[in-house]
Design a binder for this molecule. Structure first.
Ligand code: ZN
Length: 334
């Protein structure tokens, strides 16, 4: 860790290593990350990495340590860097801010943030709720920021927007650099936020089937895609007629959630439309674990990051993707 301040020097490498070791083996048995064999023996330590335990696998005749095949595997930065980065991410800092606070390159922190967000989303797979659910939709302006492979400028394929990204009136679409975000909020408190490329009836039906159990009571606004939904007790309020609530039926929780999501995304100062599902998924995770403080949330994420199968999927970005009905069509064709 660079000598940025005295606070940074308070972190002891050995204590961090012991903490990571405890997290790694919490509710997990000690087994080889390569061949899953449980026939392992201790195999000394490293002189350059105090506290890191090494093991010998009798199955594949190779050694491994506490970090092998996890998200922190072969990282040249120290464990305090990783622990602090995860903590700052839970405080909704941007990648640039984290780079500044830790003294790492912004590309390093960007990659870490991306991996850690992906890891956090692993907790949010298959979240589905019952009871009363509210839904609302939002269109977020997201372009091609940072998508040039070689870095630097890339042809946009359209006229530049100028200093500020502007949008056309009406519904957004992925191709118009304005993908949709649909939020499902249970009145029990859990949320599911999905990034979708469009807002067609098929997409919304698929999103609803994934997030909400059939037969639930559903409150939305009067958008036609919601009205075409099948399988729910659906009621809607008509905002165009200045109606916000009809008895118990309103979608104020969903709208409130967007009022929290917008400033969260603002911190990034513009983001790429390819990465939007990752940011949205991570926000969903933070919301669903909001009873815990940022330290506890960071511990949850680190625990998942130390699981080899989750780590390899998170690096490939497999937890995070757009939800649209095109893959449904694909399966129908096949
Ligand atoms: Zn092995």
């Amino acid at each position: 860790m660079p000598t940025l301040s005295y606070v940074h020097q308070l972190f002891s490498l050995e204590q961090c290593q012991a903490y990571i070791h405890t997290l790694r083996l919490k509710d997990r048995s000690l087994q080889c990350p390569r061949c899953q064999s449980r026939d392992v023996d201790p195999w000394g330590t490293y002189h350059y990495r105090p506290g890191c335990k090494r093991y010998w696998c009798n199955g594949c005749q190779r050694t491994f340590n506490d970090l092998t095949e996890t998200l922190l595997h072969q990282s040249r930065r120290s464990l305090p860097h990783w622990i602090l980065a995860t903590f700052l991410l839970c405080l909704s800092c941007s990648a640039r801010r984290i780079a500044r606070e830790l003294g790492v390159h912004s590309r390093t922190s960007y990659r870490w943030c991306w991996w850690l967000r992906n890891t956090a989303v692993s907790y949010e797979m298959n979240r589905q709720f019952e009871g009363t659910v509210e839904a609302d939709d939002l269109y977020h302006i997201a372009g091609n920021k940072g998508q040039a492979k070689q870095g630097g400028k890339k042809a946009l394929g359209r006229r530049a927007r100028g200093r500020r990204k502007k949008c056309e009136p009406g519904r957004g679409h992925y191709d118009k650099d304005r993908p949709a975000i649909i939020a499902w909020v249970s009145r029990q408190g859990t949320v599911v936020i999905q990034a979708t490329k469009d807002f067609t009836v098929q997409t919304v039906q698929k999103a609803a089937d994934l997030a909400v159990q059939a037969g639930c009571r559903l409150y939305t606004d009067s958008a036609s895609s919601y009205r075409a939904l099948k399988g729910y007790m659906h009621e809607f309020v008509t905002h165009t007629q200045k109606e916000d609530a009809r008895g118990d039926g309103h979608e104020n929780r969903a709208e409130c959630l967007f009022s929290l999501l917008k400033p969260y995304l603002r911190v990034c100062r513009g983001l790429s439309k390819t990465n939007l599902p990752g940011y949205v998924g991570f926000f969903q995770c933070l919301r669903n674990f909001r009873q815990q403080n940022a330290f506890e949330q960071a511990e949850l994420i680190l625990r998942a990051a130390l699981d080899p199968p989750i780590a390899s999927q998170a690096r490939r970005g497999e937890f995070v993707k757009y939800l649209d009905h095109f893959d449904l069509l694909q399966t129908a064709i096949n």
